[in-house]
Each structure stands twice: as structure tokens, then as C-alpha cells.
Design a protein around this ligand. Sequence first.
Ligand SMILES: C[S@@+](CC[C@H](N)C(=O)[O-])C[C@H]1O[C@@H](n2cnc3c(N)ncnc32)[C@H](O)[C@@H]1O
Length: 203
Amino acid sequence: MPVSGPLPFSQASENNKLPIMGVLQRHLQDRTTVLEIGGGTGQHAEFFSSQLPQLVWQSSDVPDQVETLNLRIAAAKNANLPAAIAIDVDEADWNSRRFDAIFTANTLHIMSQASVTSLFKGLCQSIQLGGLLLVYGPFKYRGDYTTQSNARFDLWLKQRDPSSGIRDFEWVNELAKGAGFELIEDNAMPANNQLLVWRSVST
Ligand SMILES: C[S@@+](CC[C@H](N)C(=O)[O-])C[C@H]1O[C@@H](n2cnc3c(N)ncnc32)[C@H](O)[C@@H]1O
């Protein structure tokens, strides 16, 4: 695909990619395939694939975002970064093979609760037994925001789209358990975010 004009850009992705990389490095250094859900601008895919050259980083997004995502992926020309594929977590069949790990950033508070439920249902078809699920973003714990700024962010999200919003860690962890994952880490990250890591113990 020819690339013209500025590539899609998110300042938040630029700010969080290094701290996220620190966690990914520990978990993904011996893995060979990763599926990314909701790749957005492709900045994460470009950076993480360049830092983890031993693995293939397969990014994806909803069908109408894939072309945008592929602008940066095509420009990056990283050998281990194939063109993004279309995955809408609301579709029952993701039509994907199984991966060693699944990564998603800043998606659970954008999707509706029904879509988050669909995401966890769909994960089972795309993860190897023993595979890792890494989810980055803001969460509430026991119904409380971790900071006032996350409370304001949640209000802003809901004004924009009432079906969106910061999710309860406990609810997400129950979905993960139901999908055959056990929590192995909850990393506090800069800017009031978490990076949660689960391992698939049954598929
Ligand atoms: C806030 S952006 C985050 C993009 C990127 N991961 C990042 O951290 O910069 C949310 C992403 O979730 C994707 N998304 C929303 N609904 C989705 C769905 N039903 N299935 C898959 N991806 C979805 C959007 O298209 C968008 O790329």
C-alpha cells in the first residue's frame, strides 16, 4: 500500500511504549508469535516488533481500522511485522490461528461490556495452552478508581460513549478465569495504568 501524508499517531502510545516494553521483554523473550487486538495507530506494533525480533507480531483491528493500521506497518518494513488482519472481537469466529501470546492496550475501556465479554470468549480460539494474555490500560479495584484522574477520565469516556468506561479488575479477572486463564502479574504502570498478565491453563 503506498504511504503518503503523516502516519496515524497517538502521544499516549509514544509515552507508554517504553514502560510496556519493560514488561513484555520479561514475558515474551522466549515466545515466537503474538496477536495484538485493537492495534490502533500501529506504534506499539512497530516498536515492540523492532525490540523483539525473535517473534512475529501479528497486529489486528476492526475491519474499518485495518487500512489505517497498515499504513505504519507497511512503512516500518520490519521483517517480523506482517500486515495487520481484521479481527472484531464481537465476531464469533476470529478466523485466526493460535498464538503464544495475545496483547491488547487501551481497548477494554473503549469497548462495551458486551464486547469485553466477547473478547474473553474469543481468546480461547487464538491462544496456545500455556500462552500469555497481556492487557494494558486503566482499571478499578473493588469499585474504586486508582486515582482521581482516572475517575475524571471515566466520566469523560461515558459522556462520549455511555457503553465505554473503566472496567473493574475483579470482573475482568472472572472473565479471564472463565476463559481458562490464571492471573500471574498485575503491574502498576505510569499514568495510572496497569499491565495485567494471565497464563492460559486450559483451552
Ligand atoms: C484507544 S484505541 C487503542 C489503540 C492502541 N492499542 C493503543 O494503545 O494506542 C482502542 C482500539 O480498540 C479497537 N476496538 C474497538 N472495538 C473493537 C472490537 N470490537 N474489536 C477489536 N478492536 C476494537 C479500536 O478500533 C481501537 O484501535
